[in-house]
Design a protein around this ligand. Structure first.
Ligand SMILES: [Zn+2]
Length: 430
């Protein structure tokens, strides 16, 4: 007697698998949680069918920049609720940031998150460990033990290591253990108490400015250290034209430096802050139109290789304060695919759909060495089914997230995930 077979076939979809340079209409067979050869089902009982006519079958999308807020801040989000929001946005894997309470800076906290995720999360949760203890920027976290515990990257996100010598040592350890360092690029002295982009609108509104140079100077530091240590550094949530220019020049020289862009930095400009609405407050801040154009240009020409949300839930009462007092950050898991499809693919035609899929699958998987992001035979059947033209309106009240801090409530977008499959099981469907 053979083992019981659990088989599903996705029929007649446009299969886009950038890691295998595949873009064709066809069927995709899933057997026992993995992508299978199409002949694998022959002779067995017929598989369950899902009609994908007119839809895209993509590898499960990966978001390598998500704040799940546990341990310590479960009023904002939990691993379970954040994972449900990820699934609703079409994401089958997320990398959670270590700025929790306590910080993910020791193997015991890594294990706690992994065990909770295994028990409660409907998507894969990969853990990023801290670069420094308590993200304080003073003493390195135990990088070797974090690696052993299973972290997939290091970052002090929310914070930025200011001491360049300490950052150099972090890179040297990371190299030794085969980890990528990801960095939230912010020079504390230059940025000071800045709460919005330093420019025309900060002057008009009388709010302290956060100059683009406060990001760019750390991007340049990271380029120099990546080159010095010959090890990859990934710059998180890039927001400025200068950062794109620096990255473009360094990558042309072969420096192992990468960058990601979040949807809010191309969907909005600093003018949005004119009503002092704290839903438009994030770090780095919304910038002016020239910066938006440069980010889109960087995505179009291949300088920016990864897209991510920086999903950052905050409770309503925390955001319902004066602009300069409010915490930075907005939700992003459910709106990012729709925003990028609408803006990059439909409106600006900066990239095509296969490239968009690559920026969310093959590229983040390769950067972090994740065993995901492809539809190769034998791979885990993590699959996102996308309707790239479906018009829909985002409703924050319907969100599975525990928070609702988003500026995109009521936005009409074209394109979204309609079904999210993790290891062969549908975890969310429209
Ligand atoms: Zn950050």
């Amino acid at each position: 007697m053979s083992d019981p077979v659990n088989a599903t076939i996705l029929r007649n979809g446009r299969i886009i698998d950038p890691a295998n340079a595949r873009d064709e209409v066809g069927d995709l067979l899933i057997v026992n949680g993995c992508v299978a050869k199409e002949s694998a089902s022959s002779g067995r009982q017929s598989p369950a069918e899902i009609d994908c006519t007119g839809l895209v079958i993509a590898p499960g999308l990966i978001d390598l920049h998500v704040h799940l807020r546990e341990p310590g801040q479960s009023a904002k989000e939990t691993i379970a609720s954040g994972a449900r929001a990820a699934a609703a946005g079409g994401f089958t894997s997320v990398v959670c940031m270590p700025n929790t309470q306590p910080a993910i800076d020791s193997p015991s906290v890594v294990s706690w998150v992994q065990e909770k995720a295994a028990a409660e999360a409907c998507v894969n949760v990969f853990v990023a460990g801290a670069i420094t203890k308590a993200l304080a920027g003073e003493e390195l976290a135990p990088i070797g033990s974090l690696k052993k515990a299973g972290v997939v990257a290091l970052t002090d996100d929310g914070h930025c290591v200011q001491n360049h010598e300490l950052m150099r040592r972090a890179l040297e350890y990371a190299r030794m253990f085969g980890l990528v360092v990801m960095d939230h690029c912010q020079d504390y002295n230059l940025v000071g108490k800045g709460v919005m982009h330093e420019g025309y609108w900060s002057t008009v509104l009388g709010l302290p400015g956060w100059p683009a140079a406060g990001e760019e100077i750390i991007v340049q530091r990271n380029i120099l250290l990546a080159e010095l240590c010959d090890t990859p550094v990934h710059c998180q949530h890039l927001s400025s034209a200068g950062s794109v220019r620096l990255l473009r020049e360094a990558r042309a020289r072969g420096v192992p430096i990468t960058g990601e862009v979040c949807p809010h930095h191309i969907a909005l400009t600093d003018e949005a802050v004119r009503g002092f609405d704290t839903r438009f407050k994030m770090n780095p801040p919304l910038r002016s139109a020239e910066h938006v154009d440069a980010l889109i240009g960087g995505i179009a020409d291949g300088t920016i290789t990864i897209l991510a949300s920086d999903h950052a839930p905050h409770s309503g009462f925390e955001k319902e304060v004066e602009f300069d007092q409010a915490p930075f950050g907005i939700l992003g898991l459910e709106t990012q695919l729709g925003l990028f499809l609408e803006l990059l693919v439909h409106q600006h035609r900066a990239i095509d759909l296969p490239r968009l899929v690559q920026l969310y699958t093959e590229n983040p998987a390769k950067l972090l060495g994740l065993n995901r992001g492809t539809l190769s035979v034998g791979a885990a059947a993590d699959i996102t089914i996308i309707d790239p033209h479906l018009a829909w309106t985002f409703d924050r009240e319907a969100s599975p997230s525990r928070s609702c801090n988003t500026p995109f409530h009521g936005w009409l977008l074209r394109g979204r995930a309609v079904r999210t499959i993790v290891a062969g099981e549908t975890v969310w469907t429209l």
